[in-house]
Design a protein. Structure first.
Length: 110
């Protein structure tokens, strides 16, 4: 499943379903097929995502790159190349910040 985050302020951000649900949870939103981060909720969602990125960066510093897994498991038993939370979250964080600046909500599944 693919989930597309949309905002009138910028280009779409697309994630696989499991990654999108993780991003929703990190923003403090219920993971679902559709949803919205209202303009009023954007500052909190941005703060939560920045905190998760900071924690991921701190955890990453504790490991040598060679210790990072080459692949990660995905639902259904398949694998895909490992991508850090920071790498996944930065495009969504940029969308949230641009949306706040333009006072536009972020939606998905609509």
């Amino acid at each position: 499943m693919i989930v597309t985050f949309k905002s009138a302020a910028c280009a779409d951000v697309i994630y696989f379903g499991d990654v999108a649900k993780r991003m929703m949870e990190l923003m403090g939103k219920e993971a679902g097929d559709q949803g919205i981060v209202t303009v009023e909720q954007l500052p909190d969602a941005i703060g939560r995502l920045k905190a998760a990125i900071a924690e991921d960066k701190a955890r990453h510093r504790e490991h040598v790159l060679d210790e990072e897994p080459g692949n990660e498991a995905v639902p259904g038993g398949a694998t895909r190349p490992f991508v850090s939370l920071t790498q996944r979250a930065v495009p969504l964080l940029a969308m949230l910040e641009e949306s706040l600046a333009e006072k536009k909500p972020v939606v998905w599944g609509v």
